[in-house]
Design a protein around this ligand. Structure first.
Ligand code: PGA
Length: 225
């Protein structure tokens, strides 16, 4: 792992650990993809060493495919990379693919305390593709070509990548008390600059995060704000 990627992974894991220690009943919004893998490695290690107690926490997957084989789902990814290494109760592992009224469920658990998001090259946040309204809650989407191309390697070709997904909306994510955006790789630099150096609008969903009061951006490359 490159040093700066290790650093942002450690920093993200520390923020999650601090949140969990300061409020054991915390609700987390959690991403999948390449970027958070390092963070989950650290959290899995600390959890196996008994340094983190997840017994009262709740974790909500940000999104998932609707038409993927089980092992390709984000539910499976989160089990594999994080949950199975922790003492997070099975009934506190939530996923929008199998849950009615995800936003109500989040609200009933007290709302999201800390949500970690990645960013797509087209500026998507979770699966909120360009054009998604700021006032969107959890909904189903048709994935864009750009998103399907970015994930083709996981499915052995673009034609095998799911077309449909379900995602927390931009409003769901914006209502999280704290947000961390993680971005890894120079190929994300242009979209990070477009999102945070320019105006705010739904054409670049990530730009809406500029309006959040407690946003931390962690990248393993330099960029101009
Ligand atoms: P990645 O995906 O971490 O695999 O780059 C991020 C995203 O598309 O949100």
């Amino acid at each position: 792992m490159a040093d700066r990627y290790k650093e942002i992974s450690l920093e993200t894991a520390q923020a999650i650990a601090e949140q969990l220690r300061s409020k054991p009943t915390s609700c987390f919004g959690l991403p999948t993809g390449r970027t958070p893998v390092g963070t989950y490695e650290v959290l899995a290690d600390w959890s196996r060493q008994g340094k983190l107690d997840w017994s009262q926490a709740c974790c909500f997957a940000l999104d998932d495919y609707l038409d993927a084989p089980e092992e390709q789902t984000f539910a499976f990814f989160l089990e594999d990379h994080l949950f199975k290494h922790t003492n997070l109760p099975k009934e506190n592992r939530f996923n929008p693919r199998i849950t009615d009224n995800y936003d109500r469920l989040i609200a009933m658990q007290g709302g999201l305390d800390l949500t970690v998001v990645g960013i797509g090259r087209n500026g998507h946040i979770a699966f909120n593709e360009p054009g998604t309204p700021a006032q969107s809650y959890t909904h189903c989407v048709w994935l864009t070509e750009s998103t399907r191309v970015a994930n083709a390697q996981f499915f052995g070709g673009i034609d095998k990548v799911p077309v449909h997904a379900v995602t927390m909306g931009m409003a769901t994510i914006m209502e999280s008390r704290k947000l961390i955006l993680i971005a890894s790789g120079e190929h994300k630099k242009e979209i990070i600059e477009d999102s945070f150096a320019d105006g705010i609008g739904p054409t670049v969903p990530a730009s809406l995060l500029q309006l959040h009061k407690n946003l931390t951006i962690l990248s393993d490359f330099d960029w101009q704000q």
